[in-house]
Design a protein around this ligand. Structure first.
Ligand SMILES: *Cc1c(COP(=O)(O)O)cnc(C)c1O
Length: 464
């Protein structure tokens, strides 16, 4: 037995023989000889392992080894982070990268990334400028804020605001707002991390004006409100209106901080969703510092935006922590371009993918689903396709109790189980993320564009 393995090993072709094969010569146009040699050595080493463990019992031919090396290159050429098709119907799918940018904005980002820019250069004066200036005017215009600042994400925005304003002091916050957002971002822990102390008031379901008032003492640094984005307390509940909290804070010379979570510039009732205050409204209600995300309902890149009173934002600009939380040029490019669209609400709804998906009526979804279904039928595959109504989600911790009426294309096959079909789609050349509903694989068309239909057909064709 031992000798048999040795015999196979001794008959394996030498590295140089494989390197002389025709396709290896072709790869030399793309890769250095060193890289190709390394690939051949790794493939041969893997075969030797298989021979010794008994999984490989024949001498593979030169052509087979050559093919294995080509496969090795193809696998290693594939980047790990790549585009997928979201058929899950959740618009702000955190696992799938939250907000999608439009093609036009992506092109602007690419232009800024692949060229020098005036990121920190003042073109008028010909001297050093600030990266935060690019968004100053537009954010002030859209929100009515005195001053603005942008950091890496909203978690960073909250951390910077708290570290700057309440270090060594108490921040008063309702027990109903000590929330955990996805990915272990917990308000009580962020307050501790900022060097502040939590002064919890009220109860989970009810907090009164008197609770806040009685908690104020000489060591109070701020009063805070946190949007309970991803859950709702319903029934016997009470919260204090923002105007009243602001009045109380100002009476005592304290800042009133409001973490809105998802920042809005548009009244969501336009999309049939319940009312939520916009960033501008929050400021008019008397909030001194408002923080929100760039990539939730705003529909921009990952970013944390801080708007409010100059006296507080100035302090944050001087905080050393800002350097660690700073946004890069690609984020600034995408955010500025997204904000520009908001100068005209109708253009924002037309051109920002998140808002397009939100505003897609059930009728539009049905027509899209019909088209996709027909295109899949034309492929003549052993898959049964049909159109069915569904409920889609906003996601990103927004509107947890609310669903949008949409349509899915369902897929069934007798060639494999539902779970296996779901897995195969996920492993396609372009991965397709589906959801399973009533034991059928479903693709919700709200989060899929018509441009993706032919890709979906190609991927599904490859599966059978
Ligand atoms: C989502 C959210 C955050 C975190 O925002 P990121 O941009 O994901 O860092 C913080 N606070 C609230 C209330 C949120 O909803």
């Amino acid at each position: 037995m031992k000798n048999e393995k040795q015999l196979i090993l001794s008959r394996l072709p030498k590295v140089d023989v494989i390197l002389g094969r025709p396709s290896m010569k072709r790869w030399e146009q793309t890769y250095s000889r060193t890289l190709i040699k390394q690939a051949v050595q790794e493939v041969l080493a893997a075969i030797r392992q298989d021979v010794l463990s008994g999984t490989c019992q024949n001498v593979p031919s030169e052509a087979e080894i050559e093919e294995a090396v080509v496969q090795y290159f193809q696998d290693h050429q594939q980047l790990h982070l790549r585009p997928v098709i979201n058929g899950a119907g959740t618009i702000l799918h955190t696992n799938l990268g939250r907000a999608v940018l439009s093609k036009r904005i992506s092109q602007h980002v690419a232009a800024i990334a692949s060229s020098y820019s005036n990121l920190e250069y003042d073109l008028d004066g010909g001297h050093r400028g600030s990266r935060y200036r690019h968004l100053q005017t537009i954010l002030k215009k859209l929100t009515g804020a005195e001053d603005v600042l942008v950091v890496n994400n909203n978690a960073a925005a909250v951390l910077l605001a708290l570290t700057t304003l309440i270090k060594g002091k108490e921040v008063i916050i309702s027990r109903g707002e000590l929330v955990e957002i996805g990915g272990f971002f917990r308000i009580p822990e962020v307050i501790e991390l900022s060097g502040g102390m939590i002064r919890e008031v009220g109860t989970t379901n009810k907090t009164h004006m008197e609770d806040y008032r009685q908690a104020i003492n000489e060591n109070t640094g701020a009063i805070m409100k946190v949007h309970t984005s991803n859950y709702r307390v319903i029934g016997f509940t009470e919260t204090v209106p923002e105007e009243k909290m602001a009045a109380l804070a100002h009476e005592q010379g304290l800042p009133f901080i409001n973490d809105l979570g998802s920042g809005l510039f548009i009244d969501m009732r336009r999309f049939g969703l319940p009312y939520e205050p916009t960033v501008g409204e929050a400021l008019r209600q008397g909030c001194d510092v408002v923080t929100f995300s760039g990539d939730k309902l705003l529909g921009g890149p990952q970013a944390g935006i801080i708007v409010g009173k100059t006296c507080y934002i100035e302090q944050m600009k001087k905080n050393q922590l800002l350097r660690a939380l700073r946004v890069d040029k690609m984020t600034l490019a995408a955010l500025e371009a997204t904000l520009h669209l908001y100068l005209d609400e109708d253009i924002a709804v037309r051109d920002i993918p998140v808002l397009q998906m939100l505003s897609q009526s059930q009728r539009v979804c049905m027509n899209k689903a019909d088209t996709l279904c027909q295109e899949l039928e034309k492929c003549n595959l052993p898959v049964e396709v049909a159109v069915e109504p569904c409920r889609d989600m906003v996601g990103g911790g927004s509107y947890p109790e609310y669903t949008l009426p949409g349509y899915v294309v369902t897929m069934e096959t007798d060639q494999c189980t539902t779970a296996e079909l779901e897995r195969r789609l996920r492993h396609g050349e372009i991965p397709i993320i589906s959801r399973i509903q009533k034991d059928k694989v479903c693709l919700s068309v709200r989060t899929i564009t018509e441009d993706d239909f032919s890709t979906i057909c190609n991927v599904v064709r490859d599966l059978f």
